[in-house]
Design a protein around this ligand. Structure first.
Ligand code: NAG
Ligand code: NAG
Ligand code: NAG
Ligand code: NAG
Ligand code: NAG
Length: 298
């Protein structure tokens, strides 16, 4: 058990070369997502692991093929990864995740039940030097355990069964330090290397499409929604303008759509008669000047 965990952390350490080029103020991320299911028929378990570079999937491993397969356009990049090695690594991770999942199911006396375990880990690099590592797991859609990357790294249990998992993962006192080093050093090194290799795909600018919609809210009010979607990179600003003037600074919710582009939105609650005085302003690197969309103009 302890041995496996060490192997998992050690094998995750893919070497990265430093990228000398200016990265700008943009944020980049390298994210890995695990998904394990118990008792999907006909198998006993299934496991998948997908790698995302800036929200764009670049490889996928599944327990059926036991192979990590690069996805287009990343499969054309020579030397991006040793996919044979990655397949073997993911097989080890699969066994590790499934063993932990079985422990959780046993803890809840449901050793034969249908459950789902999800993990999301990786690193984010902003402005060339701001670094953030993250690792969070969910069980049956609920937050289960999360890694705290402070100076005294530790797993934070968020579920009764997670105390048991934390004890196992921290039984080797060095494991949390290796996990932290993996997220904040090796992962970032790999991210920088991928950014260099994948420049042609990552530096493209895709302008947002914009959709305004509204639905009725309490007291004769309207909730206005301004949705920008299909854009890249992730950074975007959305503002409500009333009679052409910025109403208030708002932070838009942003999500990856899964195809490498993002969507973001803001909402506002306004009295029905004022609806037509509102428009939505979109500021994005791909647009030479900000885009203003008014009602009935889309
Ligand atoms: C993957 O490659 C690393 C470094 O090149 C090596 O140390 C490791 O043994 C390989 N792992 C497997 C499972 O082949
Ligand atoms: C799980 O399934 C096995 C084989 O079908 C059975 O022997 C065992 O009693 C079951 N365990 C539980 C906890 O239901
Ligand atoms: C993370 O660890 C630091 C220091 O050990 C602690 O102050 C902080 O509260 C922890 N965060 C959470 C969410 O537990
Ligand atoms: C844009 O809005 C229209 C209706 O206003 C809706 O039918 C369409 O699905 C929306 N598009 C997106 C991407 O949400
Ligand atoms: C309707 O919207 C106005 C302006 O945003 C707000 O002040 C008011 O509280 C809203 N009314 C209700 C019933 O929510």
């Amino acid at each position: 058990m302890m041995g496996t965990l060490t192997i998992v952390f050690v094998l995750l350490l893919l070497t990265g070369t430093t990228m000398s080029k200016e990265l700008g103020t943009q944020c980049y991320s390298l994210t890995y997502q695990d998904m394990a299911l118990s008792h999907p028929r006909p198998e006993q378990f299934s496991f998948t692991n997908t790698g995302y570079l800036n929200g764009q999937s670049f490889y996928r491993y599944d327990s059926k093929s036991q192979r990590a397969i690069p996805l287009p356009p990343w499969d054309k990049i020579e030397g991006m990864n040793d996919w044979e090695n990655e397949s073997q690594l993911q097989k080890i991770r699969e066994d590790f995740v499934l063993e932990n999942m079985q422990n959780i199911m046993d803890y809840y006396n449901d050793g034969n039940g249908s459950h789902i375990f999800q993990g999301r880990f990786g690193c984010k690099l902003c402005g060339g030097d701001f670094i953030k590592g993250f690792w969070k797991c969910q069980y049956d859609g609920r937050d289960f355990i999360e890694f705290n990357t402070t100076d005294i790294p530790a797993w934070i249990p968020l579920d009764p069964a997670a105390d048991m998992i934390k004890q196992r993962w921290e039984a080797d006192p060095g494991a949390v330090y290796r996990a932290k080093a993996y997220l904040e050093e090796q992962c970032v090194g790999t991210l920088r290397r991928y950014l260099e290799l994948g420049k042609a795909y990552l530096r493209q600018l895709i302008p947002p499409k914009v959709n305004l919609s509204h639905y009725s809210a309490l007291g004769g009010n309207l909730t206005l929604k301004c949705l920008a979607y299909g854009f890249y990179p992730e950074e975007i600003e959305l503002h409500w303008l009333q009679d052409g003037k910025i109403q208030k600074k708002e932070v838009a919710e942003t999500q990856p759509i899964g195809d490498g582009t993002y969507q973001a939105w803001i909402t506002a609650e306004v009295p029905f008669p004022e609806k037509n005085t509102y428009s939505c302003q979109v500021v994005h690197e791909s647009l030479p000047e900000s885009l203003v969309v008014a009602w009935g103009e889309q």
